[in-house]
Design a protein around this ligand. Structure first.
Ligand SMILES: Nc1ncnc2c1ncn2[C@@H]1O[C@H](COP(=O)(O)OP(=O)(O)OP(=O)(O)O)[C@@H](O)[C@H]1O
Ligand SMILES: [Mg+2]
Length: 138
């Protein structure tokens, strides 16, 4: 657990984690609106060598970024209505594939998250501080 004091620091934490990522990794992100999940994914994608702009998936429900080693699949379960909708976008194929999957609001459909996923929680500690807990790495 650590406190990030700025959006840039949260991004840097994502970039640092990128160095540990292996093919097939699943990162399950949990935290309220504005807690810093997307900021973290920005750093992760950069750290994996992507130069693409990272934004929360809306209509397409999943964004794919090309890293230098691996593709990154970015989901946001906030936008997903049901398990059926999740299945329909090919979640299972992607999450059991060889890219890295990163899922915002993963707790909304926790039953769809594979057991090897690493859970990361984000909490707002103050306007600019976020408590980030990477200890639930299963
Ligand atoms: N320490 C910090 N870490 C991350 N973001 C911060 C921090 N301090 C302030 N912020 C601001 O908080 C917001 C975090 O937004 P972000 O989109 O990453 O949240 P989110 O968790 O993805 O929310 P959502 O559930 O809406 O997708 C940004 O506007 C960012 O600038
Ligand atoms: Mg977000």
């Amino acid at each position: 657990m650590f406190i990030s004091a700025s959006a840039a620091e949260t991004e840097a934490a994502g970039a640092r984690l990128a160095g540990t990522i292996q093919p097939g990794d699943v990162l399950a992100l949990v935290g309220d609106l504005g807690a810093g999940k997307t900021q973290f994914v920005k750093g992760l994608a950069k750290g994996l060598g992507s130069t693409e702009v990272v934004t929360s998936p809306t209509f397409t429900l999943v964004h794919e970024y090309q890293g230098s080693r691996l593709p990154i699949y970015h989901f946001d379960f906030y936008r997903i209505e049901s398990l059926a909708a999740l299945r329909a976008i090919g979640f299972d194929e992607i999450v059991f594939g060889n890219g890295v999957s990163v899922i915002e609001w993963a707790d909304r459909f926790a039953e769809a998250i594979p057991p090897q996923a690493r859970w990361i929680t984000f909490e707002m500690a103050s306007e600019d501080q976020r408590r980030i807990d990477l200890s639930n790495f299963g």
